[in-house]
Ligand binder design. Sequence first.
Ligand code: TXA
Ligand code: MG
Length: 302
Amino acid sequence: MHIPLDLAKTLLLSNQVVAVPTETVYGLAASLYSETAISQIFQLKKRPLNNPLIIHTATLAEVKAFVTSLPPHFEQLADAFWPGPLTLILPVDQKIHSQVRAELPTAAFRIPKHTTMLELLQQTGPLVAPSANLSGRPSSTSPAHIENDFGVDFPVLDGGPCARGVESTILIFLNEWRIARLGAISAEELATILPYLPKITSGTKQPLCPGQMFKHYAPQARLHVQGDLNRASLILGFSDRKYNAPSLLLGASTNPCEVAQNLYSILRMLDLNSVEEAWIDMDFPHTELWATIRERILRAAN
Ligand code: TXA
Ligand code: MG
């Protein structure tokens, strides 16, 4: 159910959960100060309790108010990428409810770049918001995806389709900044601000982000990332290539932004059409935003 901004504000300030738009993916938001609504998020998503949430704020001052010490290059990163699709894991004191942090001594923060969301945040104060999908499933990049997962009566603040289409990049500081989750901002972009290319630690056995341990982004359909596309029954491919089988188009092979934008919609389309298996054209670069796209596809296929 689409709701206007003032109703979203009223619901959030009375312990309720509302789906909200961001430039990356839609979030399932609760006030940082509502333990009831925060518990509700975990129940709605069927999210493991040891998977902490990202705190979204409208301003840098709000972030700093919670943080006990600022790592090197914090100001430069915030200056360059906030508002925007970067999440920073920072040390915090116990003021932040333990369920938000999953008992960790740190919390994740980001200032999103979406006009409606920023307007809402100015009126509500900090909101926690995981991606608005059932745990394990592809994230939601449009209000229709939220209705699919949570029903047509679920309150959604409509902010249109998400411009980025993949989640924020998460950085954590351990002697140097490391990428704990690949996302909309590439390692190469981060290296224009940091004096080094941050190492990617996602996908390792001991992930720095608890969320990386869990199944992710997966449709019901079986996805093949290897094998002969000539023998495929359905291909997820690129609009500027010719295939010998029916295909769903992710976008042009020259345009990773377009592919990222469409990725979750296309994965969700497989389930809407009860597709049992599909083959993905994995012939694309390993660098920049393509690295994120590749990681999401590999996880979805796992
Ligand atoms: O783009 C995004 O980041 C979206 C939009 C809605 O802002 N949000 C999002 O939230 O992707 P979620 O909950 O789906 O993913 C948050 C990730 C999880 O993998 C979680 O484990 C990690 O952030 N995380 C949160 N707090 C953390 C902490 N203190 N230390 C390490 N990882 C943390
Ligand atoms: Mg998520």
